[in-house]
Structures are given as structure tokens and as C-alpha cells.
Design a protein around this ligand. Structure first.
Ligand code: HEC
Length: 192
């Protein structure tokens, strides 16, 4: 009798879990569609970027600018730039970034969104990958993320790594000689 009720419980848990997964994925689908409509892009299906929580963690990343600025090179979004702590010296000196380093730029519709930390624009991501990953473009991986409306710490990814959709990022960040670099925040806004 005990074994039967245990089996029934396991089946119930299983049904509960799969039912919950279906509900979740329907919610994700409708969010993807909303984001595509809002930004006029096609997002890679079901891909979620979770950097959303990491770059806000002051122990892992440093915000490099004192105030958001409007970036003409990135769709005129207001932006903040967060740099992983292991590469701060190189980033400040505009030197080649060591493997594993990440630079994250958060976009906002208006400057006051930046002050309150509400992600209302895309996330621009650059990560330095192991040597040989993409030698023509300095072994960087590029990605563009769009904030999820219902889960503020999550982003839907549009293009990642060597994806064609991020070729325009690489071309602009490249000197054409296999060196791809970072530019840094405008001088007057650089945090000490
Ligand atoms: C028109 C040229 C251009 C394009 C296209 C471009 N960038 Fe940039 N990017 C810049 C410049 C210039 C800066 C520094 C000034 C600024 O942010 O406004 C920068 C800064 C950045 C930074 C902060 C690190 C740094 O360089 O200091 C990241 C991260 C970034 N871009 C990612 C991307 C991604 C991802 C894409 C593609 C989705 C992209 N960029 C497309 C020119 C460009």
C-alpha cells in the first residue's frame, strides 16, 4: 500500500512539473514575440542570457562611468558600461583585454532609467574568448540582448559569438588587422 501511494505521489509530481514547464515556455514565447515586436528584430529562439544578474554585482563587475551617456554608435541609447574586475587595468589603459574578460553595456530609453537601474534598452556584450576562437576579430564574442519584461534579470539573446547578426559589431570594434578592441567611456565620465 505504501509503495502504491509513493508511486502515485511520484506520478503526481511528474505531471505537476511538466505542466509547469509548459506554462513557463508559453510565457517565454509570448515575451519573445512582444520583444520582437517592440524592437523590430527576430530573436534566437528560446535563448536566455543570464548575465543580467552578474553585471549588477559590484563584487564581480565595476561600473566604469559616473553618469549614463547617449551612445551615437549604439542606436542613441543611453548607456552604462560594466567591466569584469579582472580586466580593469587593461580596460582603463585601452590595452588588449585578457581571456575571460567581459564588458557589458546596458542601454536605457531615457537617462533617468539609468539612475534607477531599470533595463529599458538592449544589453551589448563583449567577451574575450580563448585564443583561436575567432582570430580575425581578436577572439571576441559579441552578443546583443533584449530585456525580458516579466523577469528583469533575464535577457533574450539576438546574435551571439560569431553569429552573422553581430558582424556589424565586430566591424566597428575592429581596426581591420585582426585586432578588435574596446574604446572606453567618454573621458569626462570615467569613474576613478
Ligand atoms: C558605429 C560603430 C559601432 C558599432 C556598430 C558598435 N559599436 Fe560598440 N562601441 C563603439 C564605440 C565608439 C564605443 C565607445 C563609445 C560609446 O560607447 O559610445 C563602443 C563601446 C562598446 C562597448 C563598451 C566597451 C568599450 O568599447 O569601451 C561594448 C560592450 C560594445 N560597444 C558592444 C557592442 C556590440 C555588442 C555591438 C553590436 C551589437 C556594437 N558594440 C556595435 C562603436 C560601435
Amino acid at each position: 500500500m505504501k509503495a502504491v501511494s509513493q508511486a502515485a505521489l511520484i506520478i503526481l509530481i511528474f505531471i505537476g512539473l511538466t505542466g509547469c514547464d509548459e506554462k513557463k515556455s508559453a510565457a517565454v514565447q509570448s515575451e519573445v514575440q512582444e520583444t520582437e515586436k517592440q524592437f523590430g528584430v527576430k530573436l534566437s529562439e528560446g535563448k536566455l542570457l543570464t548575465t543580467g544578474t552578474d553585471f549588477r554585482n559590484n563584487a564581480i563587475y565595476k561600473k566604469t562611468n559616473t553618469a549614463a551617456w547617449q551612445s551615437a554608435a549604439h542606436g542613441k541609447w543611453f548607456v552604462d558600461v560594466f567591466v569584469s574586475r579582472g580586466i580593469l587595468a587593461e580596460y582603463d589603459a585601452l590595452k588588449p583585454i585578457p581571456e575571460g574578460g567581459a564588458v557589458i553595456k546596458q542601454g536605457y530609453k531615457i537617462a533617468s532609467d539609468a539612475a534607477s537601474g531599470v533595463a529599458t534598452g538592449p544589453l551589448f556584450v563583449m567577451k574575450k574568448m580563448p585564443k583561436g576562437y575567432d582570430p580575425a576579430f581578436g577572439d571576441w564574442s559579441f552578443a546583443l540582448g533584449f530585456p525580458s519584461a516579466s523577469q528583469p534579470a533575464k535577457y533574450f539573446l539576438f546574435g551571439e559569438g560569431k553569429d552573422d547578426k553581430v558582424t556589424y559589431c565586430k566591424n566597428c570594434h575592429s581596426d581591420g588587422g585582426g585586432t578588435v578592441g574596446t574604446f572606453g567611456a567618454p573621458k569626462e565620465l570615467r569613474a576613478k
